[in-house]
Design a protein. Structure first.
Length: 341
């Protein structure tokens, strides 16, 4: 059965969505929409879809199986509620919402409509992160005790996404939530967090670096480190480096996708770089492959083969963690306790 989807928002990152959908079997994007008619027309021509300037009209006329929302955060609530109202499954890009009230409203709207809601949290779908999760799940390091996630680079992210230069809690709201989602995926729920932020790049308005310290419900602790103005040669963009220690072993994920499993006095090394899609290129292949993997997962969810990873309800917990980190940073790094919903 071929699923019929529509794309809302034909901007920078949506191109990855479209290229990935085109690579996947049993799915077709029948129409695209953008407030900017030129952007919708360009995608429509390139990908052989219908073009719209209004999401409501598109959903009414096309009646798709799912809507893939790739707009920026301020439009997410109205578009998710609109799509749910048309009875189609919904995929929403991160950040899911600007606040918890909107996020809860979107979860409720999809529950009421009886449709799936998935959040495009592609970091947890990156090949190296999936490999670490698999090793931890099969007990390769024993009981997890310490996690370090490190995403520090100086790649010019503002060239493709100029709006980021004006975002106040930039590092936390743009990549922090991805890293918190990965931490939850690997080590489970977090009970408290403290966070310090920095503004490093003089040409941006917001806080473009942070250091967060967390306690997981299991008792494990984690350090999450992020900067968009750190200098390494070669630059590590777009890799997340990681260290996961347990009571029986450790996993190191280093630059160049080198993954080492230390266990019983031995070290097993493998290279976990994902393939480069036919339309892709380094260093973006990590991201491009993760978009393909996430979107294949969406199709599996729609076919009833598996549960959403993450669902909107799950992503509420990641948002809570992100907002708690913002709160902590604004209060001089004071610890914030999390309560599960
Ligand atoms: P962008 O500004 O390039 O594109 C957004 C597009 O949405 C614009 O063309 C805009 O006209 C359109 N739009 C806005 N409101 C609309 C509406 N109501 N109806 C139709 N079209 C509308 O932004 P971007 O950089 O592509 O980012 C989009 C989203 O993707 C953001 O939430 C961003 O955080 C996220 N993103 C995710 C990743 C990732 O790795 N998961 C990477 C980059 C960006």
């Amino acid at each position: 059965m071929t699923r019929r989807g529509v794309l809302i928002g034909c901007g920078f990152f949506a191109r990855n969505h479209m290229l990935a959908w085109r690579d996947l079997p049993d799915v077709t994007i029948v129409a695209v929409c953008d407030l900017d008619p030129a952007k919708a027309a360009a995608f429509a021509e390139e990908f052989g879809a219908g073009a719209y300037g209004n999401a409501a009209q598109m959903l009414k006329e096309v009646r798709p199986d799912f809507a893939d929302i790739a707009t920026t955060v301020s439009s997410h609530r109205s578009l998710v509620e609109l799509a749910a109202g048309h009875g189609c499954a919904v995929i929403c890009q991160k950040p899911f919402a600007e606040n918890l009230i909107d996020a809860q409203a979107m979860v409720d709207a999809c529950t009421r409509a009886g449709v799936d809601l998935l959040i495009h949290e592609n970091f947890r779908w990156q090949a190296p992160i999936r490999r670490i999760a698999e090793l931890i799940n099969r007990g390769a390091i024993g009981q997890p005790q310490f996690l370090r996630l490190n995403f520090r680079h100086a790649f010019d992210i503002y060239a493709n996404q100029p709006y980021l230069a004006q975002v106040e809690d930039l590092a936390l709201s743009d990549v922090g939530l991805h890293l918190f989602d990965v931490a939850r995926r690997l080590f489970g729920e977090v009970t408290r967090i403290s966070c310090e932020t920095q503004r490093l790049n003089p040409n941006v308005t917001g806080q473009d670096a942070f250091l967060a310290q967390m306690r997981h419900a299991s008792g494990a602790v984690a350090s999450v480190e992020c900067s968009f103005f750190s200098h390494y040669a070669p630059d590590r963009f777009v890799q997340t480096l990681a260290l996961a220690e347990g009571d029986e072993g450790s996993i190191e994920l280093e630059d160049g996708y080198r993954l080492r499993l230390h266990r019983q006095g031995k070290c097993l090394e493998e290279v976990v770089e994902p393939p480069i899609p036919s339309w892709g290129a380094r260093p973006w292949n990590l991201v491009q492959d993760s978009v393909i993997a996430f979107q294949q997962h969406v199709l599996d969810v729609l076919a009833g083969r598996t549960k959403a990873q993450p669902s909107g309800a799950d992503n509420l917990e990641t948002l809570k963690l992100t907002f708690a980190a913002v709160q902590s940073a604004r209060n001089g790094g004071r610890q914030v306790k999390l309560t599960a919903s």
